[in-house]
Design a binder for this molecule. Structure first.
Ligand SMILES: [Zn+2]
Length: 209
């Protein structure tokens, strides 16, 4: 019998992101049982690491393994066909992502943003933006005390059509093949990166997605 190649949407998506220059790597996923594919007891509903279900890397060096190399990507998804897709953010991918979790009051600099590549997440959305030349943009959570996170250098996001721990698949609201990355305004970069702009001082640094 000739082996037939089954279509793997996760692989196809990972390859299409790599062709855009976004570095990708395989991430654990949600199993039908509700547990994480890592099978660690703490990475399960009610466990200490419940929030990492389907969100942490499958390879030894995680984000440092992220690549645009087609052969490597094909090998990974041959080994783990259901792996979620990690997309490395930062200068090398030319990407920052603003993670808006749920409904919250957006600052003007985000409301005024031109149309850009946008993913639907379980509770909110990911705005994909061009990494500004020469800037140093890292990772932050709860910017200005609102549920808005930033992924830049040393960070990653989970890309569509990965499976979220809630059972919902990440999906594109504005597809990458249908839109350019918007350039963040100087005002938006300042809002995302300037700790002093946030009087309540709740923003803190983390690399976690
Ligand atoms: Zn896990």
């Amino acid at each position: 019998m000739v082996a037939t190649q089954t279509k793997n949407e996760l692989l196809d998506a990972a390859l299409s992101y790599a062709r855009r220059g976004w570095r990708v790597f395989p991430v654990h996923t949600l199993l039908p049982s509700g547990a994480c594919s890592c099978a660690k007891p703490e990475c399960a509903p009610g466990g200490k690491k419940e929030k990492s279900i389907g969100k942490h890397p499958r390879t030894a060096h995680g984000l440092n393994d992220a690549t645009t190399d087609e052969r490597t990507i094909r090998q990974w998804w041959a080994q783990w066909p259901d792996a979620n897709i990690g997309i490395g953010t930062g200068a090398e991918s030319g990407l920052i992502v603003v993670d808006i979790d749920g409904d919250c009051e957006l600052p003007d600099c985000l409301r005024d943003l031109p149309r850009t590549i946008t993913a639907q997440t379980a509770r909110g959305k990911h705005l994909y933006l061009a990494y500004p030349d020469g800037a140093k943009i890292g990772n932050r959570t709860k910017i200005a005390g609102v549920p808005i996170d930033l992924r830049g250098q040393g960070g990653y996001v989970i890309g569509p059509p990965s499976l979220h721990a809630s059972g919902i698949r990440y999906d594109w609201l504005v597809e990458p093949w249908d839109c350019e990355l918007a350039e963040p305004s100087a005002e938006l970069i300042a809002w995302l990166t300037e700790p002093k702009a946030h009087a309540n001082g709740k923003a803190h640094v983390t690399g976690k997605p």
